[in-house]
Design a protein around this ligand. Structure first.
Ligand code: PLP
Length: 388
């Protein structure tokens, strides 16, 4: 084992099963390891590096801000976070933004907003947040409790109370929980990412949104992974034709720096007062300057490019030898392979392409602007690994 890998295994907490690759640098959708080997990046640091790595416009925006003011605290006004909030609200129709540093924190904020709204409207007993089985909402204790996958829960009990999980498609289960104890919020991912890249049925999502609206239950859409152009729309809920009350996002929002956002719609825009919630690094000027650069470049032309690349991937993989199914939306795609996904991903690494897995699928999360030639090369590598 190399020095780096020994050092890492000695001193880094044992929470990650890393691939044996030491990444050093890159440019766009090409990454290089410490030995100078090149890989096509089909994972973008799990949907983070939306415009690839070392993207010139993003680097310029961040470094310019670093040279002025990297951090201030939320006791003062700073321009980048106000500009980012305006941009996000204008593009979504949401009314206010709260900034944190991760997807889990964005979801914590959403859960607090929904609980406070419902406690004030319906009383403190109305505190249950309903989420879906097979969902993923984060690793903090509350978002872990929201997550509908039992294997994440083991050995962390007691979980945070006040969460219930229903099967995707089972609107009656939501109605039953609401009738029994009152639902304080409903939280969904339009495409369950960590759950295997599984898009929800549009009719179910519409029915859920209608029911939540009719019962004054805040609807939270977790766009941590699906958001910021990944789905082929700015946010995936737009494709589903619904209007959430709360939208959370992170991952691709920062283009490579840690940032999360919880967007509050009309219903809940005034739920928080000073002191109700906060974050030392939330709204960090450097992270926000980078996010402004990212969001302002996700325009119609870019999104059309995302959808075009998505079609190219579906066409290239659907029905190919060793591939059982292809699911997903935009550039968030899951591939069920005949052989175990991890074996396929290992083989692709040997041939110079970095793919991810999600449950039993190979997962594709390439840059929104990945050059088509590089994309086709990576798909060739994946197809031959599946064919073997
Ligand atoms: C990754 C993810 C999270 C957690 O985000 P972190 O930044 O790792 O805290 C939450 N929800 C969804 C849908 C995600 O994909």
């Amino acid at each position: 084992m190399s020095n780096l890998q020994t050092l890492d295994k000695t001193y880094i907490a044992n929470t990650y099963a890393r691939f044996p690759i030491e990444l050093a640098e890159g440019s766009g959708s090409l990454l290089r390891d410490t030995a100078g080997r090149e890989y096509i990046d089909m994972g973008t640091g799990i949907a983070v590096n939306g415009f690839g790595v070392a993207d010139a416009a993003w680097v310029a925006a961040v470094t310019e801000q670093l040279g002025r003011l990297a951090h201030a605290s939320n006791l003062y006004y700073t321009e980048p976070c106000a500009k980012l909030a305006e941009l996000l609200c204008r593009r979504t129709g949401m009314k206010k933004a709260f900034f944190g540093n991760s997807g889990a924190e964005a979801n914590e904020c959403a859960i607090k907003a929904a609980r406070k709204y419902s406690a004030e409207k319906k009383g403190p007993d109305c505190h249950t947040i309903v989420t879906l089985e097979n969902s993923f909402h984060g690793r903090t204790l509350a978002t872990l409790s929201a997550t509908g996958q039992a294997h994440y829960h083991e050995l962390y009990r007691p979980l945070v109370p006040g969460f219930a999980h229903i099967a995707a498609g089972d609107l009656d289960a939501l109605k039953a929980i609401d009738a029994e104890k009152g639902a304080a919020g409903v939280m969904i991912e339009c495409v369950q990412g960590e759950g295997g890249v599984v898009p929800l049925e549009p009719d179910f999502v519409k029915g859920l949104a209608e029911y939540a609206r009719s019962r004054d239950i805040p609807l939270i859409v977790d766009e941590v992974q699906t958001g910021n152009g990944r789905s082929g729309a700015l946010y995936a809920y737009m494709t589903y034709g619904i209007r959430p009350d709360i939208v959370t996002t992170a991952k691709g929002l920062g283009g490579g720096l840690p940032i999360g956002a919880c967007l509050l719609g009309e219903k809940v825009q005034d739920v928080f007062a000073p002191g109700d919630h906060g974050s030392t690094f939330g709204g960090n000027p450097a992270a926000c300057a980078g996010a402004v650069s990212i969001i302002s470049r996700i325009d119609d032309a870019l999104l059309a490019g995302v959808r075009g690349r998505s079609r190219l991937i579906f066409d290239a993989l659907s029905g190919a030898p060793g591939i059982e199914s292809v699911t997903g939306l935009g550039l968030m795609i899951g591939v069920k392979t005949a052989r175990p996904a991890r074996e396929i991903v290992d083989r692709c690494i040997e041939n110079g392409a970095l793919f991810l897995t999600a449950k039993d699928r190979v997962r594709l999360l390439p840059a929104l602007n990945i050059p088509v030639e590089q994309l086709e090369k990576a798909l060739d590598i994946l197809r031959s690994a599946c064919r073997e």
